[in-house]
Write a protein that binds this ligand. Structure first.
Ligand code: GLN
Length: 205
């Protein structure tokens, strides 16, 4: 668990409930020997600043390049994006996923909202019958994905912010062993996204 800033405690509880052992990563040496890394929500500019100060940008990039499973939620999604729209150029992301994300994409009027999501069955099965309750807080959305990125969930069209006729905004993606969601699955009791990440960690998904 990257524990520099943000909502890491709730993610830890979720992972422990799913049977995982967690430890807090606060400096580069904490990255040694990890099976997976979770980057929580919070403020991506702050996470970037603290990661730079503790000389962790390059080590996390190396971990990603080495194929360790990484999941970024909300600000964590921004940190995994190769391109950040509306970001600060002096606050680099780790990158890794070939996508462009827009920070605070839903605008100031819509600070936070909840939506029922359908996932691709290969990621979180059965969400047509049992939608995933997703909490969005000053969330990013994904504006562009490269050819190696799988879109695993979109917002229902009706929640799109008024762009009728367009497909729902992309809010969950996977590229290889990297997973990112715009929303906060740790804030509800539904553990299916954390379980999916642990399957990626174990090499079962
Ligand atoms: N708006 C925040 C950012 O840009 C993300 C918000 C969140 O993680 N809930 O980093």
């Amino acid at each position: 668990m990257l524990a520099l800033q943000g909502g890491f405690r709730e993610h830890e509880e979720a992972l422990v409930e799913c049977g995982a052992a967690t430890l807090r990563v606060r400096e580069a040496t904490d990255l040694d020997g990890l099976d997976g890394l979770l980057i929580p929500g919070g403020e991506s500019t702050t996470i970037s600043l603290l990661a730079s100060r503790s000389s962790m940008i390059e080590p996390v990039r190396e971990l990603i390049a080495a194929g360790v499973a990484v999941y970024g939620s909300c600000a964590g999604m921004i940190m995994l994006a190769d391109e950040v729209l509306d970001g600060r150029p002096d606050r680099p992301s780790f990158g890794g996923i070939d996508m462009a994300v827009r920070r605070n994409a839903f605008g100031r009027q819509v600070d936070s909202f909840e939506a029922d999501l359908e996932f691709e069955d290969s990621a979180v099965p059965n969400t047509v019958a049992e939608p995933f309750p997703a909490v969005f807080i000053r969330a990013p959305w994904v504006e562009r994905t490269g050819p190696s990125v799988a879109v695993v969930a979109r917002l229902p069209e009706a929640e799109n912010g008024g762009e009728a006729g367009e497909p729902g905004k992309i809010v969950a993606v996977r590229q290889g062993r990297l997973l990112a969601t715009s929303f906060h699955p740790e804030l509800t009791h539904d553990r299916r996204v954390h379980q999916y990440f642990l399957e990626i960690v174990k090499g079962d998904a």
